[in-house]
Structure formats: C-alpha cells, structure tokens
Design a protein around this ligand. Structure first.
Ligand SMILES: Nc1ncnc2c1ncn2[C@@H]1O[C@H](COP(=O)(O)OP(=O)(O)OP(=O)(O)O)[C@@H](O)[C@H]1O
Length: 326
C-alpha cells in the first residue's frame, strides 16, 4: 500500500538548513502496523507528516511516497486533498489544538464525511453518531464543544474523525502523549481494536517503546533523521541488533515525566542538535558513532546503510554487517 523511498526533509530558515529526515525508506502493507520510535528531534513527526505533505512551507521534501503506486509528493493538490481523510488520515498529538474550539464536535466529525463521501447532512450525522459510539462516547454529545470533553475524550474524538471516511491508512503521531497513564491505555486499546477489526494500516509514532511493541507488528527506530533499525517489534525488543535500539530498550520511563520517556540508559551525550544534523549530512561515518559504546575506527569513516540483519529485519550498523559475515 505504501512504499516510501529515500525520503528527505530539509527545513530552511534563518539562513540555515536543518536536515530533519535524511534518507528514509520503508514499506507498509494493508492492515499492517508500523511503530516509529526515537528520541526527541530524531525526525519522527517530520517523517510522518511529510507523507501527506502536511509540513509547513519551510520544509523541502524529496524522495518518493508511493501510495497505491501514486507518488503523493508530486501529486496535484486537488488529488492530495482527496487522498487526505478518505484514503489516509492523521491523529495529531494534542487534540485540543487540532479541534476547532468554536464548532461542535458533530460538525467537525461530519465535515470530512460531507466533503469526501458526498452524502447528505442526515447520513453524515448518523455516521458521526455511529463513530462517536464506536470510540465509547454517547452520540447525544455530538452537539457539545471540544472544551466540554476531557483530554482522553478529545483524543477519542480525533480517532473518530480519523476513521470517518474509512481510510486505508492512519498516521498517529503520539496519539496519547498528553494523557495520564490509565487513559492512555484505554485510548490505545480502543485504537488497537478498531484497527484489528477494520484492517486499516497504521503508522504510530511514540516515545514509548513498550506502547509501540504492544500495538505494532513492526518497529522502526529512528536516530538523527534516519532509520537505525527496522523489523518485527518483538524481535527488536528481545534481540536488538543496533546498539541504539539496545540502549532504548534499557530506558525506563518515569511515569508522568515526558522528558524521561526515552532517555536511553548508559549512553553518553545527547542526540545531534539541528546544527549538528546539518554537519552530519556532509560527513561520512555513522551518525550514532559519537555516543556508541561499541564503535570502532571504521564507524567514523565508512558509509553506513541499512543492511539485512535477520529475516524481515535490517540494521544500519557496521558491527551488524561484520557479524553477518557479509
Ligand atoms: N517547523 C520546523 N522548522 C525548523 N526545524 C524544525 C521544524 N520542525 C522540526 N524541526 C527540526 O527537525 C528535527 C526533527 O524534529 P521532529 O519534530 O520531526 O522530531 P521528533 O522525533 O518527532 O521529535 P519529538 O518527539 O520531540 O516530536 C529537529 O531538529 C527539529 O528541531
């Protein structure tokens, strides 16, 4: 369904260029769930939002995003608008800012249905009531405004909106970050159920590896705008091949402290700053080398790519390549 090839995103501004995504490729089949993990600033949101060209105009996107064979990066705006909502939709982080505060949620859920499914008000309203019910909220609340709901309820409404036009793909960017732990679990279980029932493909971004491994069959770990490792979630958690995935797996989040959510245990230093990212684009060697406990001389000079590291999995690490005997 989705074939992303050599995706690159540069933010331009203030006389400098920040390469936030530096050559990402992956595929996603219908009904598959892919989790994207990585520390803050690794390029997860930029990568995900670029798929539907939802980034600000300061972002320059290159590569190919083939959705059912059609490149969304070069598609006409009218075509892209048709794809958004009806074929692929997004659940953003922070539902309060994504929902319009002065319109009822009924109006907001109906909008994409009216626009894309070309049905009348009555049918759209009935579908909106059904959707609200499917996310565990009573349909009589269609006339309420966003501020009349709790954070968890608003996130459920966002999920209902994303499902409104029965898309083939949902991109969920930290769908539960702002919520407390209990509500997070409820919303994630709900999303998991809906996805299993409908066979929708999902790309889910999170700081939280345990959430991703629970929700997603496959996992991509990003570092400095690239995929460091990708493969079946369970295997990446139990037998990580890339030293960065290993460090992430040892990270223990402090509940309620978002900053601690992905502080990789035992790693010196910090992920690259925006200006360091720009330098990385011009240098050879592995981006993770300065922090890597296993790095050798070759890691500073050799070009690193994703190499097969087992059935259905790949890692961008020279050590893994050496270990495979290739
Ligand atoms: N609108 C923007 N303009 C300029 N630079 C940006 C913009 N948005 C993000 N960046 C930069 O791009 C890089 C990747 O950011 P991005 O938000 O995609 O990472 P992330 O992994 O999703 O982080 P987080 O988990 O904090 O959301 C960072 O260096 C960030 O500072």
């Amino acid at each position: 369904m989705l074939d992303v090839r050599d995706l690159r995103v540069n933010y331009q501004g203030g006389g400098r260029t920040v390469p936030a995504v530096r050559g990402v490729s992956f595929t996603l089949d219908r009904g598959q769930t892919l989790g994207v993990a990585g520390e803050s600033g690794s390029g997860k949101s930029t990568m995900a939002l670029s798929l539907l060209r939802l980034l600000p105009s300061s972002a320059q996107v290159t590569g190919q995003v083939l959705f059912e064979g059609e490149d969304l990066l070069t598609a006409k705006w009218a075509r892209l608008r048709a794809v958004r909502w009806s074929a692929a939709s997004v659940v953003f982080q922070g539902a309060m800012s994504a929902l319009n505060p002065v319109r009822t949620i009924g109006e907001q859920i109906c909008e994409p249905i009216l626009l894309h499914d070309k049905v009348g008000q009555k049918t759209a309203r009935a579908r909106a009531a059904e959707l609200l019910d499917s996310v565990g909220l009573p349909s009589r609340r269609l006339g309420s405004y966003p501020h009349e709901f709790s954070g968890g309820q608003r996130q459920r409404i966002m999920i209902a909106m994303a499902l409104a036009c029965r898309p083939d793909l949902i991109i969920a960017d930290e769908p539960t970050t702002a919520l407390d732990v209990m509500v997070q679990a409820q919303v994630l279980n709900l999303l998991g159920e809906l996805v299993r029932e409908s066979g929708i493909g999902v790309i889910m971004i999170s700081h939280d590896l345990s959430v991703l491994s629970h929700m997603c069959e496959r996992l991509a770990v990003m570092y400095a705008g690239q995929i460091a490792e990708i493969g079946p979630s369970k295997q990446l958690i139990t037998e990580p091949r890339h030293p960065y995935t290993r460090a992430l797996g040892r990270a223990f989040p402090t509940i309620g402290d978002p900053a601690s959510r992905l502080a990789p245990a035992g790693l010196p230093g910090d992920p690259p700053t925006p200006s360091e990212l720009a330098k990385l684009n011009e240098s050879r060697g592995c981006a993770f080398e300065p922090r890597c406990p296993e790095a050798g001389d070759a890691c500073r000079t050799e070009t690193v790519e994703l190499w097969p590291s087992g059935p259905g999995r790949e890692a961008a690490c020279l050590r893994v390549l050496e270990g495979s005997g290739a």
